[in-house]
Design a protein around this ligand. Sequence first.
Ligand SMILES: Cc1cc2nc3c(=O)[nH]c(=O)nc-3n(C[C@H](O)[C@H](O)[C@H](O)COP(=O)(O)OP(=O)(O)OC[C@H]3O[C@@H](n4cnc5c(N)ncnc54)[C@H](O)[C@@H]3O)c2cc1C
Ligand code: FES
Ligand code: FES
Length: 496
Amino acid sequence: MSFEAMPTAARNALRFRFRGGDIALSQFSPRATVLDWLREEMGAKGTKEGCAEGDCGACTVVLARLKGGRLTHEPFNACILLLGQLDGAELITIEDLSSDGELHPLQEAMVEAHASQCGFCTPGIVMSLFAGYHSGAPATYAGLCDQLAGNLCRCTGYRPIIAAALESCAGDPADHFAATSEKRAAALASLDDRRDMFVGDEAAFFAAPASVDSLAALYARFPDATLVGGATDVGLWITKQLRDLKRVIWLGRVSGLDGVGESAEGALSLGATLTLEDAAPLLGAIHPDLSELMRRFGSKQVRASGTVGGNIANGSPIGDLAPALIALGGKVVLRKGDKTRALPLEDFFIAYGKQDRGPGEFVLAVEAPRLAAHQRYRAFKVSKRFDEDISAVMLAIRVDLDGRRILGARIACGGMAATPKRAAQAEKALIGASLDAPSSWRAAREAIGEDFTPLTDMRATAAYRMTVAANLLEKALIEISGAGAPTRIGMLHAAE
Ligand SMILES: Cc1cc2nc3c(=O)[nH]c(=O)nc-3n(C[C@H](O)[C@H](O)[C@H](O)COP(=O)(O)OP(=O)(O)OC[C@H]3O[C@@H](n4cnc5c(N)ncnc54)[C@H](O)[C@@H]3O)c2cc1C
Ligand code: FES
Ligand code: FES
């Protein structure tokens, strides 16, 4: 069926690679997950279900895709990955790793190191390591800890797992996937037809437009449809809230929507579907705190799937990118039909669950200004757990300096209000303060109490949040002043 809202004739089947062949599905539920398809339709029970919310990694699978002509292997949580998101990819599961009766080198090393006990977590751990094995990154202790941040093992512990990984991930990959990489890349290239995909009918469909114009037209026609970037939020609406999503528009095939460029004002422009993993080095080039923030954003699996646009569009008061980019002076660019508008990021968040986004309007890009020579920046995330945890409090600050005097400040917090919000009173109180006179910062520390009335919830009490926000502000100023004692364990910033 071709669809008049889509300018080009749509393809009416989902197509991906699995177990060495092409799969084409012309019927599937728009809310079907990859995990359910594997276990229930394919009887592939090696991929486990633990939490069903992207936290434990038991369901980790690897998707191989062509990115900029290069074959990439990234880990995904199959429990919250929609089946339709497989379009154009090669799905690799734990059953695929052994070859000719021989275990994969990673599996062999796990056995040798006694790195599996109950074994429930083991397939997911091996798949995360498999993605690392093919990433081209050198196998280091720190790198492997990041690689496994989204994989929970309660019984064996990580020491033998990391020992196995250090042994097997050193050097270039030498498995049957590496041996057939050219053939596999060619098979993926042949799936890339650049046509819109539409499976279902008007009442219930999974659509994957191939261009921004197709997306704009389809969303204008079905403004009640659920847009999906990486589904790291939407997936949980299905698995935890049991929402029966009928109309789903996945943005992952929209050509150019993951583009990186410069805005007219010279800011870094990140396309809405750029993944958090791909955005991380670009943001890290603006300031090292953004690198650290992105390393602690979910896990490898969450960052491989989650998008910049999804993190802003969801309007979460505890999303990490919003405060970080508001402090930089970031903007969100929206499109509806053929009209585009840009607004300061802080103005996008109106109230809890309410964003300045009309029916049929979508996030096109997010802009992150780079720092000028007279500007200093810090961003801190405080959460209960270091890895894969949502912020209890997040504070980001940019100060504009005239020598050692503060001319202006942008301070933004997450977890302190119903939306990501600027600390207007604290910003005002910092104007004219001197980096050499900590007593001149006191008013700002106190003013932050006027800016916010945080809630007590399972992550933190209101009093804790208040104290932490004030302390983070002071910590940032101590670091920026360059005069204080070290403020961080293990990563001391040189004075700027
Ligand atoms: C285990 C786990 C850990 C997490 N850790 C963190 C964390 O550390 N920090 C953090 O901030 N978040 C975290 N998250 C939340 C989530 O990963 C992020 O918010 C992510 O950026 C969402 O992006 P997505 O593309 O997956 O969004 P989706 O789930 O696809 O969509 C989210 C919302 O945005 C809408 N949407 C998506 N793209 C667009 C668009 N272009 N235009 C308009 N609307 C759009 C969707 O309709 C939906 O309402 C975590 C989630 C999980 C499951
Ligand atoms: S089952 Fe826990 S992350 Fe998917
Ligand atoms: S071996 Fe991982 S949870 Fe038991």
